[in-house]
Design a protein around this ligand. Structure first.
Ligand SMILES: NC(=O)CC[C@H](N)C(=O)O
Length: 380
């Protein structure tokens, strides 16, 4: 694959942060205007999985890796049917993508899907700025006739904030669908789609699970209508403080004692279901090399993250909750943020990071086996 994108990057573009800092570069992907929350990801591979992760809905993703697009775009790696990021920021895009699986260039794909990006800016300076000042609203404006800086800044400051955003229903499936078990079917799982990544049902299917993916609006009756051996709550965009409906559905599942597993947004929902709060991190965790300790085994795993919020639970004691005793099972070794929860008296647990790990390390794949063990235990 040798499509050159040379020449497509001559259009000027400006990135405007809500605190007034401005970066000037060139258009990348679609030419136009976009707004979102500026966040940075430190993953050096897996840009297709990042772009198509529904949890990035309404976020403008800054890549800290300086060269992006080297392997083009293939048809196998997307995590969902479309690119979800609101905008894309790279320093030095590949001019000639090269990979045996590539079907087109990343620049072409962004243009095709109407995703506005910017290239040729100092992404290291931008990342340091976000790290010091925190994630904030941003606008990317590209084209040959751009508004003046004051006008652009005023528009950025009118864009909606991530805090308080209720976004799952915007990205989740509208209709239930089934992902069949690979090989012999052993279990049925109801998976509540709050912005699920394709790799998650796949990791379950590999373990003999038939996955019934349900819309974010599914009720407890919808969940139990599939006669599940276990219930799963997915990752997803937005502020977990707004997720009252999935919290109430999860509480019904906890009440019945059905084996339960949550990932990322699902972990935040378990936190809330147990009575803990959630809060916004200064700049979040996004990348594929975050060190997490499983406190139940003492082992450290290298993990994939994409979260801007976290659960506020004590990491040094067992908590009494309406569903029995709960404990923080995993912590991030960089900053001690809660990365997992489990109940001691019921078959329920969750992690804040991504054991499905696409892209990323596979250290945490054992968590899907733990879910299977809970379902086996319930049958025994
Ligand atoms: N990947 C996710 O599920 C993210 C959860 C939530 N939207 C957050 O930013 O923390």
């Amino acid at each position: 694959m040798t499509t050159s994108t040379r020449g497509a990057d001559k259009v000027p573009a400006v990135l405007v942060l809500e605190d007034g800092r401005i970066f000037r570069g060139r258009a990348y992907g679609a030419v136009g205007v976009t707004f979102g929350e500026a966040v940075f990801s430190t993953g050096m591979t897996g840009y297709q999985e990042t772009l198509t992760d529904p949890s990035y809905h309404r976020q403008v993703v800054v890549m800290t890796a300086p060269h992006v697009g080297n392997t083009g775009v293939n048809d196998e790696d997307p995590e969902s049917k479309q690119i979800w990021v609101a905008g894309y920021v790279v320093r030095d895009p590949a001019r000639v993508p090269s990979n045996w699986r590539a079907k087109r260039s990343l620049d072409e794909e962004l243009r095709h899907q109407g995703v506005v990006g910017i290239s040729n800016i100092d992404t290291r300076a931008l990342t340091r700025h976000l790290r010091e000042r925190g994630a904030m609203r941003v606008g990317i404006f590209s084209g040959n006739a751009l508004p003046d800086e004051a006008t652009m800044l005023a528009e950025v400051r009118q864009a909606p904030e991530m805090k308080g955003a209720d976004l799952s229903a915007e990205v989740a499936t509208k209709e239930a669908y089934v992902v069949p078990a690979i090989g012999e079917k052993r279990f049925t799982v109801a998976a509540v789609d709050l912005g699920i990544k394709g790799m998650t049902p796949h990791r379950m299917a590999e373990r003999g699970i038939e996955v019934h993916v349900l819309p974010a609006t599914a009720t407890a009756d919808d969940v139990y209508a599939v006669n599940p051996d276990g219930v799963f709550f997915s990752n997803g965009p937005g502020d977990p403080a707004t997720a009252d409906h999935p919290v109430s559905v999860m509480q019904a599942v906890l009440e019945r004692g059905t084996p339960l597993f949550g990932i990322c947004f699902g972990n935040q929902i378990l936190g809330r279901a147990l009575g803990f709060g959630t809060y916004k991190l200064k700049y979040g965790h996004r990348g594929i090399n975050q060190p997490v300790q499983d406190r139940t085994t003492g082992k450290v795993e290298v993990t994939a993250h994409n979260h801007g919020f976290a659960v506020d639970a004590p990491t040094d004691q067992v908590s009494e909750t309406p569903y029995g005793r709960a404990e923080v099972s995993h912590v991030c070794l960089n900053d001690n943020v809660v990365e997992g929860l489990h109940l001691l008296d019921k078959p329920a647990f969750s992690v804040q990071y991504h054991p499905e790990a696409a892209a990323g390390p596979h250290d945490a794949a054992y968590l899907f086996d733990r879910f299977v063990s809970l379902m086996e235990g319930q049958r025994a």
